[in-house]
Structures are given as C-alpha cells and as structure tokens.
Unconditional design. Structure first.
Lengths: 207, 761
C-alpha cells in the first residue's frame, strides 16, 4: 500500500452505510410512551427466567454449584504442597516416622527440629518433632526425602492461625488414630511410582 | 607415628613404586603405610593404624609385580624396588565382592542406625557400587546385647575385630573377645566391671553400628552435631577428643581413634558444665573485693594454663599467697629432679614408653592414676613383650596381665625403694665420684629390710632387663607428696641421667604440670583465703554452689599441659553466661579481652612457646603424627648433684588408707558426670577387715588433713594386704585441701562413736 492512500483525507468519497437506528422520540409524550413500553415488555422476564431456572435446579433438583467454603472445599491436586501431615502405618496404627532425621537435615529453611531417644523396646522413638511454619517455605524436600512416606504435604492450605504453634507439633500433624481409615495415601513428591513393584529385583536365595 | 608397634623398622632406605609413583621410605614399613605416607589411597575395612594389622577384611589387596596372586598391603612389608599396583579391574572385582559379602543380611536400617553418615560399610558399599546382592546366607536371630555403656548388635557386626584389638593392645583389660563360629561368630564381653575404657574405645573404632554408646543410641545423627576439637582435662593426659554438640548439649565424645586413645573418664565424663549461670554483678563485686583483701588463694588443678597465669599475675600484683597442694608438691619434686638432670623437665615421653622393652612403675597405682600412661605400658607389653616391673605397696589385680614382676615395698619406704632401684641399675654406670660414693654408702641390707624389698627381687629385676633395650621408668604421685620427695626425685633423676631411662613423672592431677611451671606456689594458706574450686572464705566454683560461679573446663578455651610435655588447646563446648576469672583480673587492673590472650604470654623460660592460641595446630596427619599444640622445650638449669643419706623410715603399722580414686574417676568434675556412676566406698581386703574389726557395710568416719570423711566400708576380695583405698572424687571442693602423703594411718570412728584403730601418732 502506497503512502499516498494515507494522505488522502477526502473521507466523503468512501462508501459509508447509515444504519437504521430508529427514531428518537421528539416530544415529551413520545418519551413517556417509550419508557412505559420498555418497562412492561416481556424481555425482562426472559432474563429473570434463567435465574429462576437455576434456582429451581439448585434448590429442588440438587444441582447446587456453590461451594460452601469453609464448610466445603474443592479437592486439591495431590502435588500441592500445603501444611504437613504425619501418616500412620495402616496395619498397626503406629506412626511411620522412624526418626532418621533426613527431613531435619534436608530442610533448607531449618524449620524442622526433632529429638529422638532409645525406647524400652530398643526402637528409635521420636520424642519431639516440630516444624516452625513461620519459617517453612513449603518446598517439599522433607516429603521427598522421607524414606517411609511418613511426612507428607496434606491438602490443608489455610495457614492463617491465631498462633504459629497451632500446627507445628507432631501430634497435631499426625493422623488421628480414630480417623486412620480415612488416611489417604500420598501421591506427591517422594511417593512410589505406580510400577514400583515390577522394578524390584529380588535377592536370589541359595537355601 | 603416634604409636610404635613395628619393631622391625630398621631404617634402611628403600624405594617402592606404587601406581607409578616412586616412593622413598625405610625398610620395615608395610606397603599400606608407605602408600598413606605418599597420599595413595588403598581402601581398608579392618585396618586400624594404632594397633597391629588385623588382616581380617582383605580389602587392602594389591598386586606386586613378579608375585602371584594378591598381597595384603596392610601386613606385607615393602621390599626395595617393588612395583605395586593398588587398583585394576581384578582388584576392583575382589573388593566389590568383599563388600557384597559384608552386606549379606546386614539389616537395612541405616535410617535409624547411629553410625549412618560415618559408617565405613555405607561408604565402601557406595564406593564399590554394590547395587545388587548375589550372595546369600540363612539369617539367624541375633538379639541386641546391652553391655552397660555400650550396646552390641551382632546383626550389624562385620567381625573386623578392631574392638578386640583395642581392648587387648591399647586399654589392656582384654574385656572383648571373639567367639568363633563361622557365620555365627560374634564379639563377647568377658569383663563385666571396670570395662568403661575398653567399651568406649571399642565403640569408637567400630566401623559399623554394632557397638554404640548406649547413652547416645538413637538420640542424634552423626551429621547433626558440631565437632568441637579439644583435650580431655581430667587427668594430666590431655588426650585428644571432640565434643559432639548440638543445641548446646554434648551428645557424645569422639576422638581421632585411628591414632589416639581415650579412657572411660574422657569418653563418658563430659557432662559437668556449670549450667544456667547468669551475670551476678553483686557477687562479682564481692569477688573483686575478696581478691583485694585476700591473704592467700587456694586452687585445684582443674584449671587451664591461662587461668594459672592470670592467678600468677594477680599474685604478683596483689601479693597474696598462691597455694595448690598437688601442683606445689610436683613443682618441688621436679625442681629437685632438675638438679641432677640439669633440665627443668623430665626426659621421657609416651612414644618411647610404648616402644620400651623394660618398664618400671614406681609410686603410682598406674591403672587408676593415669590411664593413658597405662595404655602405653600395655602397648609396650603387647608389641615388644616388655618386662613390666610394678613397684607399689599394693598389688593391683587390674594390671596383673601386663605386670611381669611385682615388687611390694612397705608404705612410706619410697625413698628406700628409689635408692635401691638406683643402686641396682647404676652399678655399671659412669657416675661422678661423689655420686658413686653416695651410692656405695647406702646400707643395702638395712634399706632392703626396712622397705621389705628382697635383694633377690632386685637381682631378678636386673637380670630380667638384661638383653633388653629401651627402658622406661614411670613415677607417680605417691612420691611427690612424700615427706622426702626431694630426695626421691634425685634418685629417680639419676636413672634418667646416667642409665638412659625414659623417665615420666606423671602429673598428680589435672593440669598440675602446667600450674607447676607457671605459678610460683606457696606452701600453706593463711588468713583470708579465696578458694578457686577449693574451699575458702570466698569460693569461686565451677561446680556451682560457690560464692561466684566459674565456667567448667568444657566451657572455656585455653591450653592444658599434658604428661607428654605438650601444650594442647581446648575449645568451648558449652555456653556459659557468667563471669570468668579474666573478668575479675580485668577488674583488678590486668588487661586482656579474652583469657586466651594470655596464651602467648605463657613463660618461655619454663619451656612454653610464644604462640597465639588461634595459631595452635590441632590435628593428626595421614600417618598419625601428632600436631597438637606444641611440645614444651626443656631448658637448662644449674645442677647440684649431691645426695642426702636415706632417712630412717617412719613406720606405717596397722591399718593404712591410700588416697586413690576408682578407675575413671579423677576429680569432683568426673564425679559430677552422671554417666560415670561410681560408689565412693572405703574398699579393702578381708585381711584389712579382720585387722580393723570392720564388717562389710559398716559406716566409719575419719579425718585426713582436716578433711572429714564418712565412708561405707566394703570388702573387696580381689585386694590383699592392710591398705584400704579411700576415694576423694566425691569430696567436692574439699578434695583440694588434701596435702599430705597419699598413705595415712586410719584412725576412725564407727557410726556408734566407738574409737578404734591405731592412734599412736
């Protein structure tokens, strides 16, 4: 396109089409009539009917779409990294944590502290376990490094609390023993791959 | 090397080529030793530098040109011109297979194992890429055993035998043995009591998690703790150690176990910090006042060289008397000793002790007094079949496995014993005329009768040392506190000067040697007394409960002087919030920001070097040469080689008590450590019980040097004679008031106030 077309400012030469936009009322009476006509036209109820239909569906046909947060929450991706959870063994109900200390070691914001001891059954027992959520950056390394899938990231993403301490104790994070049947296996960081069983190579036994 | 267990080292130079590198060394060294000297890596599992090669793992195999098959580099002496290959495909396969065999049925519990992170098995499994197992064996049930301070998990044990070797070759109590049985072999503990040292050493050298300190078990991981290098302050040994600290708590003590040793007190007596102290300005002001008006200052030996120097400087400034009984006795002893040798320090050291073939111990219950010296005697016994002659009024059943001749002398006759020893061993020595005359003047018959040392015993001693070379003499604190200590010192010194003996005068307690070199000590306290870890009118105490708190030795930095004549650094393991001695010194006009500013000022004329604390090295190199602090240098002092006549002996008839702490107890600080649980009882033989009409369990009270003891009497059937052992570790501050000869007559009262005993004083 040449430059001269831009320089042609004679707009009247182009083909404009005038739309039919009706006529504006001229007199006061005409204006009044237009208002009354538009007010009582059925189109209003066409719009309202959509609302009404959805209301009926929601209330009487059980098709409510509103999530009643905070009473109701949408499911969250298993890879979402929210407040930690401590899982239990499904068979015995004992907590899975073996006190190896890897989460404490790997934690890049140094927010995990644990103390362990030698218990009566000659096992390693976790005597104290806290996470300082004021420091935690939810990087997920602790869950990834955990060899027992004991510490995982749960779906609890609301981190507002009156006190920082509210979440940080071992007991708070541990699956309540009466809700053990509701405990979900974790699919996020550190979880075993779906085909793990097939990849295991067994030791040959000579005896 | 720190320890000498290689007697074949002839020193002839040889050249060996290892992996193409030409290495010069001397004949007698093994291929592995030469490789390590030259920074060539040969993997090992069972090799422990400080003991003789164990040769149980076969990881150190190498190929030598012209020799068929694989050679164990740890025990094979290198010959001149050998060409050694440390790694090729075949050797790698061999080593990988060894690692696979070690891993057969090894429990996969690294996650909770205490050794994880510093485990040889873990490291080498990774190094040799053992990613699958091709060997199998039927597993068997092997329960964990609790041996007290250490628990043993046979399932984790790889049977490297390091633990057995240290208990035999180092600590010498032979507490651990191998129970042979093929795949079901295991380590057994054959000594239930007084085995702290062996168990501690065994746990330290264990390459896997089989032997773990019970108190530490499952409490922390190796990588979580900060290693603070330090020296053990309990006896005068100053052994190398690390405090492993996390969150201001000491979890355990470790050490450079390849090269150095630690006794039970060092290993388990670490929890004595003065905790929860804050700056009490009022008490501090009172302390400064107390120093100003003090006529004398009494202190114990549990202080650093720098603190001793501060006290000495305060003495010069304020003019009070400075008293520390044990150090003072040692100072006098060494001053007299120097008059013969012409050097202000004794000439012996531990390395030469461990390579001696004849060792005489005089005036020390060595197993209790100085574990590190005992270990070196044991090394000499095990590696060089040394004759060990133990001269003491009491036999010690704990060391009977290394003592070849026990010479019992009467209590109090140390001077006679020393003179007889000098007379026996200096018969052919080139003495000066006056000395020869003094020796000839000795009335041997009388001395022999009074000290109860038979002439035939001395003849046997002399005969047994024939055809041996390298002699050591170890003397202890029975002599320093003896009324005739200065004469005894001269007799002993003659043996160093004229018979070439490697003489070690064991410092009586803690840092007594440093104190004796730094401080100008007075004999007795008088008037208003400030006590530093000692009783007084104003008490500064690191044990807590005094008028002003002081930091314990694991809460301060400074240096210690050791029995090996070495000045070694200590670092801070635990926090301390209160005032320290340096604050008091600053308030009194001395100027130093930190206590360690005094390190550089330690008196050079006494052998110290002018080195800043932060410049002191603290490590062992790859072949085990010690680079910790520096060695004291011996300075010349004027000689006065005259001997007095041996004085008539004071008779110690009837019941006698001997100040001696149980094994692994040294001071109120070890007493405060909860892991060292020893009962303070007056223990003696059944014979003693008959003589004193005491029964097991009787409670008696008695006094020594004005310190009142209340003791339960206990019969120990392993003891003999009429001398009882009276511990002092539980006496708190008052233990530092004890100033007399270690033996004393027992005048006691039973709980029912009946006065019994020989009170003919």
């Amino acid at each position: 396109m040449g430059l001269e077309q831009f320089k042609n400012r004679n707009v009247g030469q182009q083909e404009y089409v005038l739309l039919d936009v009706g006529h504006s009322p001229k007199t006061g009476m005409d204006q009044f009539k237009q208002v009354v006509r538009r007010t009582f036209k059925g189109e209003l109820f066409v719009g309202l009917w959509v609302t009404m239909r959805e209301m009926i569906n929601a209330l009487f046909k059980g098709q409510m779409h509103t999530v009643k947060y905070p009473f109701e929450k949408l499911p969250i991706s298993p890879r979402y990294r929210a407040i930690h959870e401590m899982l239990r063994l499904l068979e015995s109900g004992h907590y899975r944590c073996i006190g190896c200390g890897l989460c404490e070691k790997i934690c890049i914001s140094n927010c995990i502290t644990m103390d362990t001891r030698y218990d009566e059954n000659q096992r390693k027992e976790v005597s104290e376990y806290t996470i300082n959520f004021g420091r935690c950056i939810f990087c997920g390394y602790c869950a990834e490094v955990c060899p027992e899938l004991a510490i995982v990231h749960g779906p609890r993403y609301e981190t507002a609390s009156e006190q920082r301490a509210s979440f940080s104790l071992f007991e708070d994070m541990l699956t309540p023993i009466d809700k053990l049947n509701l405990q979900q296996e974790y699919d996020g960081f550190g979880a075993v791959t779906p085909y793990a069983d097939e990849n295991i190579k067994k030791t040959p036994l000579a005896y | 090397m720190g320890n000498v267990h290689n007697s074949m080292n002839t020193g002839k130079p040889i050249t060996v080529t290892i992996d193409g590198k030409v290495c010069k060394s001397t004949f007698g060294k093994t291929i592995l030793e030469i490789a390590r000297e030259n920074d060539i890596y040969i993997p090992t599992m069972c090799y422990l530098t400080k003991v003789q090669p164990i040769a149980s793992c076969r990881m150190c195999v190498v190929n030598v040109d012209g020799v068929d098959g694989m050679i164990l580099s740890c025990q094979e002496k290198a010959v001149d011109g050998a060409v050694v290959t440390t790694n090729n495909h075949e050797l790698y396969q061999e080593r990988q297979n060894i690692m696979k065999l070690y891993n057969v049925n090894h429990p996969l519990e690294c996650g909770v194992c205490d050794k994880s992170g510093e485990c040889d098995l873990q490291n080498k499994t990774m190094e040799f890429n053992v990613d699958q197992q091709t060997f199998t064996a039927r597993d068997q049930h092997r329960p964990v055993e609790n041996w007290g301070h250490v628990s043993y998990d046979p399932a984790l044990c790889i049977m490297c035998e390091k633990c057995v070797r240290v208990s035999t070759e180092i600590t010498g109590d032979e507490a651990l043995k191998v129970k042979f049985g093929g795949y079901s072999s295991e380590i057994i503990n054959v000594k239930q009591e007084k085995n702290y040292a062996s168990l501690g050493e065994a746990a330290a050298v264990c390459p896997v998690g089989a032997l773990v300190q019970t108190h530490f078990k499952y409490t922390a991981n190796a990588w979580e703790m900060t290693k603070i290098p330090s020296a053990c302050p309990h006896c005068g040994g100053g052994c190398q150690m690390y405090y492993e600290v996390r969150n201001d708590r000491i979890y355990r003590i470790t050490n450079e176990f390849e090269f150095s040793n630690l006794c039970g007190a060092g290993r388990f007596g670490f929890d004595y910090a003065n905790e929860g102290v804050t700056k009490d300005a009022e008490a501090f002001a009172k302390a400064v006042e107390a120093f100003k008006k003090a006529d004398s200052l009494l202190f114990s030996s549990q202080i650093s060289n720098e603190e001793a120097l501060i006290l000495q400087k305060l003495k010069e400034k304020l003019g009070f008397k400075l008293v520390s009984h044990e150090a003072s006795a040692y100072q006098k002893f060494m001053a007299s000793y120097a008059k013969i040798t012409g050097k202000h320090l004794y000439g012996g050291d531990l390395k030469r002790l461990s390579s001696s073939q004849g060792i005489i111990v005089l005036g020390s219950r060595i197993n209790n007094d100085s574990p590190t010296v005992k270990y070196h005697i044991n090394m000499a016994s095990k590696w060089h079949q040394a004759r060990v002659i133990y001269m003491h009024p009491m036999a010690d059943s704990e060391i009977q496995n290394i003592v070849t001749q026990f010479i019992k002398y009467e209590v109090g006759s140390e001077e006679g014993a020393a003179a007889l020893l000098a007379h026996t061993l200096l018969e052919d020595a080139a003495l000066t005329k006056t000395l020869r005359a003094s020796l000839d003047d000795l009335d041997i018959g009388n001395l022999s009768a009074e000290s109860n040392i038979g002439e035939e015993e001395l003849a046997l001693l002399k005969k047994s040392l024939q055809k041996k070379h390298g002699f050591s003499l170890v003397v202890g604190s029975d002599l320093y506190m003896h009324p005739r200590a200065e004469q005894i010192a001269k007799w002993i010194a003659l043996l160093e000067e004229y018979a070439g003996f490697n003489v070690i005068c064991i410092p009586p307690a803690g840092n007594a040697m440093g104190i004796s070199l730094i401080c100008d000590l007075d004999a007795q306290t008088e008037g208003y007394t400030v006590g530093y870890n000692a009783p007084g009118d104003f008490v500064l105490s690191a044990l807590g409960g005094g008028d002003l708190d002081m930091p314990a030795l694991n809460q301060q930095e400074g240096t210690l002087t050791t029995v090996d004549k070495r000045v070694v650094p200590m670092n801070v393991a635990r926090s301390y919030g209160g005032y320290i001695l340096n604050d008091i010194a600053n308030a009194l006009g001395l100027k130093a920001e930190y206590t360690i500013d005094y390190t550089v000022q330690l008196p050079e004329e006494k052998g110290f070097s002018s080195i800043e604390f932060d410049a002191l090295p603290d490590y062992f190199d790859a072949v085990g040469t010690e680079h910790r602090g520096y060695l004291l240098s011996a300075h010349k002092v004027p000689v006065d080689r005259t001997l007095d006549e041996v004085e008539e002996l004071e008779a110690y008839d009837g019941a006698v008590i001997y100040r001696c702490d149980p094994v692994d107890q040294f001071s109120p600080f070890t007493a405060k450590s909860p892991l060292l649980k020893d009962e303070a009882v007056l223990s003696a033989s059944p014979q003693f019980a008959t003589a004193t009409k005491l029964e097991d369990g009787d409670i008696i009270t008695f006094e020594v040097d004005g310190v009142r003891f209340e003791r339960v009497f206990k019969i120990d059937t392993s003891m003999k004679g009429t001398v009882a052992l009276n511990p002092t570790f539980d006496m708190g501050l008052s233990a530092s008031s004890l100033s007399s000869y270690r033996f004393s007559r027992l005048v006691f009262q039973k709980a029912n106030n009946e006065k019994i005993g020989n009170d003919n004083e």
